[in-house]
Design a binder for this molecule. Sequence first.
Ligand code: FUL
Length: 667
Amino acid sequence: MSTNDTAIKPYGALPEKRQILWHNTELYSLIHFSMSTFLDKEWGYGDEAPDLFNPSAFDAEQWALTCRYAGLKGLILVAKHHDGFCLWPTKTTGHSVKNSKWRDGKGDVVAEVAAACRKYGLKFGVYCSPWDRNHPEYGRAGYVKVYHEQLRELLTNYGPVFELWLDGANGGDGCYGGANEKRPIDGSVYYQWDEVVKMTRELQPDAVIFGFDIRFIGNECGFARETSWTTYPCNTFESESKVPLGSGDRNGALWIPAECDFPLRGGWFFHENDAIKQPDKLVELYFKSVGRGCTMDIGLAPDKRGLIHEDDVAVLKEWKRRIDTIFKTDLVKSVHVNTTGEIAPEEPAIVFEFGNIVKFNVLEIKEQIEFGQRIDSFCLDIWQNGEWSELASATSVGYKRLLMVRTSETGRIRIRFTKFSAVPVIAGIGLYLAPACMVLDTKISIVRDRNGDVEIRCGNGGLAIHYTTDGSEPARKSPLYLKPFQLHGGGIVKAAGFMDDAGTPLVSATFGCSRSDWRVVRVSLDSPFNNNREAGVEKLLDDNPDTYWHTYHKDKKLSAPPHDVVLDMGGERLVEALTMMPHLGGDYGDSNDGTPDKYEFYLSMDDIKWVLAAKGEFANIKANPCMQTVHLEKPVKARYLRFAATHVVDNGNYVKVAGIGAVEVKN
Ligand code: FUL
């Protein structure tokens, strides 16, 4: 079990050098800042005027420094998003910073960000969207040449690149030089990936290519499945596999580890009212990404000024402080340890003798990945009352596995390899004690029922929960939570738990106006299972993202969109925005069949005369199924609301929605 043993033969698929470098990066950001920032959109259509790009205080160094403060080791810049606007003065198209007002058309965002990364010791990566809703030749051979040329510029002129981020999104329709039409393509062949791979290998041999050297984890929520293999049967851009991206394939022929990406805010681009994921959520995602052998790729969205917002910076710094606190002292290194290999009943194991009692709740284990992914499963035992007792078990290790376990005290631990495909080769084992308030089982959740009663739940009865409803940080002097309270008109609830001298991470939840007096007037089709606890059109009116309206009919043509529902808001309201909460799919968040990606919202005073209040696409909802808020151009007085799902992701043949709501103008 030692890496010095020259007799050890590698097992199965093996990583390339570029992949090992990428694994070591562990944490990095994906920065979206472009035309959509200025238009408050997630996907631009491709008809935006370059003039709109005009940040008032653009500062690439602030971005790089923020990443450094957060402990990230790399930064990937979206150099071109689906709207086709290039952040560098490319020779391939006029649709770029060259024709913007910013720096009189002489600026180059890519160059400044690459230089800032070099200055602050961050690895630099680029994202260049294959789908281009601006280019007139998109869908034809001419564009493919342009696209390859764009990649060539990016891979040649800006120094070393550690990752080339390519996304698979293609919604078909776009401006395409004024044609305003749908141009479907077959993404597996149209872009001539073999050329892209060849060029990248030549120009940037150490860069990993998204879809080829690394894979999408299957969701944009930032987590891998509990069992997540590094190996996969094929690259995911030219071929399709039935193997879930989230789990990978134990016997996959290729080493294609997964990247867990997610936006720090709700969307990938900056939207002022998007909630920011809080430090506790980031700690959880760290354990579910890096802690499951993947990398953690945090989406940052600079605002219209061209700066990462102060609130985002504060959250990232606090998260870093928590990660540093958790991993400050490795008990395996700091306490005198005696390590022995032992054969526990039929199973190889490593025993650590600590000489005195240690207290821990986090285990880290790493495989020496140059030798392949060898461990199938293992158990962690502790020595208590004169015998071994099993504390935790897990499958799949790979580059790194972190387990958060019950806080335990012992003088001896044992790692038992219960199943392995080749003798385990371990790169490292660590044990840590995370402060009680950072252990995930102290998690607080805030829920609201249909009557508008807010309940704050926490598994740990020892914590005193304090909360606020005015947006301020809860402190010990804030109201103590004793029983559910009313939040009829909606708002933001923030809560934190306090114990001894420690406080838990802050948790917050935003609610629209309560829908206690709302009712369903009619629906075009409902699920026949509406006595089931999860489904039924009424479920649109609770605040539970796990329950939903689901159109169902044996004849799929009938359950397919368009479908609509009419809701009575219980009285006259002045509505400024409308909301749709998608159903988050299965346990892994990577199936969102039935989620609308095109919608119409109508409003009416009398359920007779209706006005179309908003119509459009829920951009990127397939990959990032978060709460959608549609702001109206101006507030509309109404009592009735009609939501129509006119199309769903992947052309699916039923509609599934968790919630519909409205935001009222506050007096
Ligand atoms: C997706 C895109 O469609 C989103 O807009 C975003 O850029 C995300 C990171 O990748 O595929």
